[in-house]
Design a binder for this molecule. Sequence first.
Ligand SMILES: [Cu+2]
Length: 185
Amino acid sequence: MLTPILLLLAAATSTLAAPTTHTDPSKTTTSPRTTHTVVAGRPGLRFDPENIVAAPGSIIEFHFLPANHTVVEAAFDLPCVPKDADSFFGGFFPVAKNPDGGVAQSGEVFQIEIKDEKPVWFYCAQEKGRHCQSGMVGVVNQKVESGRTLEVFRMAAGGFEGVAGMQGRVQGGWRGANPNPNGGF
Ligand SMILES: [Cu+2]
């Protein structure tokens, strides 16, 4: 009578263990770390997704569509200016529209690493069209229970006077050739 019980236990154990080894190949690149793709410039002046949950150690990879977007780190209380002198800034990414009507994106991406579980706020510093005020903002790891949410940040951005980039210096991340041209598309 003992043997069937042991077999059942073995079967149950292997079933439980299986999900822990599962990885989603669509969320990885050549790096073993998780990479979250964010597309800047979908119609409506948005980052997509704009509300990201990312574990420490993972990478956020920004892809850029026409016309000329960027990404800058902000503080929650000042939505459309750099957080400080060390804010990440990807530079601007001018991209021409695809004459065939298909999706065009920059040949370069900007990656940041998520170092801890603190919220990371960001915006587009394109002044033509007032992208930040128009709602082109986003967050990694917002804490909803704190009341400091993406919607509050977006509302503050809408009434913010002025917008600033980082004067052409790319910093706080890696900008280079797009390793994942189909990411997010
Ligand atoms: Cu923009």
